[in-house]
Design a protein around this ligand. Structure first.
Ligand SMILES: [Zn+2]
Ligand SMILES: [Zn+2]
Length: 303
């Protein structure tokens, strides 16, 4: 029997789903933002200005996809929460829609507003927000959380959500992990956090469906560089198996007491790792690190 989240068929597309423009507090216009990402080898982006909905889809643009989106926020019991919404084909927010009256609501209401209008909801930068992981664990309807938010990482090194993510998984959560730029342009925060989505085509429907199924992995690399490529990750007859580009370390993690890491050198990098899972394993995920410290995270495979 084989288990996987990455589709067998299709190809990988590179994108980031959290960017600000001059519509809120970003430095570049939406047009300039699209141009820069396209020039830097991206296949898709979402423009997600604060508390405004943005739909920037233009007919005839088949080789670069701009997903509709927003980022909405609240302060509940002195705790700030930011939630990114990505518009699927079912999105019902019009371009320019302003979110009002949400500032003092519970974050669950923000998630419900987004999902109720056909959006994928992603919890943004949990470290930057000082998010209580217990609260995050109780939110319903999220598709995932940012495991790397490049802008937070660049501005004050609060972009990594690894501790939050492992906490959630260890308590039974099935959220996916995302890499995102959250680019504003005030600091060099473009092209560092992204996802690689495996889908049959570069359409909104195909990319959003792939994201919902977990057919993607999250990446963190410095601008102009790429994080390790994950070619495939699966569980075959009780064995977790990963194939990737030449790497320094491959981690296969079940829990804090059950894992197998494999280490290479620049002369002999590692590109494959496998591990027979114990009977009681409930999930497994992989993390790959290269020789420059760039990291890719698979989604967890539920067993
Ligand atoms: Zn934010
Ligand atoms: Zn943001």
């Amino acid at each position: 029997m084989e288990l996987r989240t990455l589709d067998r068929q299709g190809r990988f597309y590179r994108g980031t789903l959290h960017i600000h423009t001059t519509v809120s507090d970003g430095e570049l216009t939406p047009e300039e933002t699209k141009r820069r990402y396209r020039e830097n080898g991206y296949d898709f982006i979402a423009i997600t200005d604060h508390n405004r909905y943005g739909v920037y889809r233009e007919p005839g643009e088949d080789d670069f996809l701009v997903l509709p989106g927003t980022e909405i926020d609240c302060v509940y019991q002195e705790q700030v929460h930011h939630i990114v919404g990505i518009g699927t084909e079912e999105n019902t927010f019009p371009h320019g829609y302003r979110f009002e009256g949400l500032k003092d609501r519970h974050p669950q209401e923000l998630v419900d507003v987004l999902t109720g209008h056909g959006n994928i909801a992603v919890y943004a930068h949990p470290f930057w927000s000082y998010c209580d992981p217990e609260l995050l664990l109780r939110l319903r309807g999220l598709t995932g959380m940012e495991i790397i938010n490049y802008s937070c990482e660049q501005t004050w090194r609060s972009g990594l959500g690894e501790v939050h993510y492992e906490y959630l998984l260890s308590h039974g959560s099935r959220l996916w992990c995302f890499g995102a730029d959250d680019a504003h342009g005030h600091s060099p925060d473009y092209f560092g956090g992204y996802i690689m989505v495996k889908a049959g085509s570069l359409s909104r429907e195909a990319v959003c469906d792939a994201i919902r199924r977990g057919s993607f992995y999250a990446c963190y690399a410095e601008p102009g560089e790429s994080a390790p490529e994950i070619y495939d990750f699966r569980v075959e007859d009780g064995m977790a198996k990963i194939d990737c580009s030449p790497a320094r370390t491959i981690y296969l993690n079940v829990s804090r007491t059950c894992y197998r890491s494999l280490h290479g050198t620049e002369a002999e990098p590692v590109t494959h790792h496998e591990f027979r899972l114990p009977e009681n394993a409930r999930r497994v995920r992989a993390i790959v690190k290269d020789f420059r410290g760039h990291v890719s995270w698979t989604q967890p495979i539920a067993i």
